[in-house]
Design a protein around this ligand. Structure first.
Ligand SMILES: [Fe+2]
Length: 259
């Protein structure tokens, strides 16, 4: 009996170790333009000084202005030693083109994919407030090429600057037909069993359930925040049990690092 008990304890310990070993986390933020309160540098510092493995920025990095603005963003993030994945936002295509943006940040295109550990990320360019059919067809092909449960992929995450239109989110600055395009997007996400959609553009923090798909809007990295909302970012934990988000506020009134 004693041997059975110690065997069970060992098995439990091994299971806990395995689950902890495969758990990892990353940060997500958006809308760091016009950052008058030094929020974005404190987000970079918080991710740097943590076990979060990278930062995903969901767009509107800087004021409009093309290469000059992107260079300012690069200068601000020069000391950040972890990977920083960027998304093209509507501000990025004012004063610059999406092709220039992709070239500047060394991306294959403004819409692109990358794999980190057991998660496939797909970053979509919807900076113009549309989800055109060719973009959604590309997304469908990307998801088909990296299906869940194959080649080490356990989770699927889609990032895009402008949130989809859901029952609870009505993004501004979208073009006619965005509601129907969002439904088309939802069908694709459901078919591939996508776990999470990450976006910003609305200067607020919000978690929505979109027919079973979690949508996180994190638009508080420095741009003027809407009333009763907080600056900050989300920590996303990827565990054997699923994906869990934790909002990390960055108080506007806190002292800046080194001051
Ligand atoms: Fe935006």
């Amino acid at each position: 009996m004693k041997r059975i008990r110690s065997g069970s304890a060992l098995l439990l310990a091994a299971m806990l170790w395995a689950s902890a070993a495969f758990a990892w986390s990353f940060g997500v933020c958006g809308d760091s333009r016009n950052d008058r309160n030094g929020v974005f540098p404190r987000i970079l510092a918080a991710v740097s000084d943590s076990d979060m493995e990278f930062l995903l920025h969901t767009g509107d990095l800087e004021r409009p202005g093309g290469t000059r603005s992107w260079a300012a963003f690069k200068a601000k993030t020069a000391d950040f030693r972890k990977p920083l994945h960027v998304t093209v936002g509507n501000h990025e295509i004012h004063g610059g083109t999406r092709e220039e943006f992709a070239r500047f940040f060394g991306l294959p295109a403004a819409s692109y994919g990358f794999t980190h550990k057991n998660v496939r990320f797909i970053v979509l360019d919807n900076a113009e407030g549309t989800l055109p059919a060719p973009l959604l067809a590309w997304l469908e092909r990307e998801l088909a090429a990296h299906p869940k449960g194959k080649n080490g992929i356990d989770r699927l995450v889609v990032a895009m600057h402008i949130p989809p239109q859901t029952d609870g989110i009505f993004p501004h600055g979208t073009k006619t037909g965005y509601a129907e395009q969002s439904v088309h997007l939802l069908k694709i996400l459901l078919k591939a069993k996508v776990d999470l959609v990450l976006c910003s553009h609305e200067h607020m923090q919000m978690v929505d359930d979109w027919s079973g798909i979690k949508v996180i809007v994190s638009g508080g990295a420095g741009a003027p925040i809407i009333p009763f909302q907080k600056y900050g970012f989300y920590r996303i934990d990827v565990t054997a049990k699923g994906i869990r988000e934790t909002f990390r506020p960055i108080p506007k009134t806190a002292p800046r690092p080194g001051k």
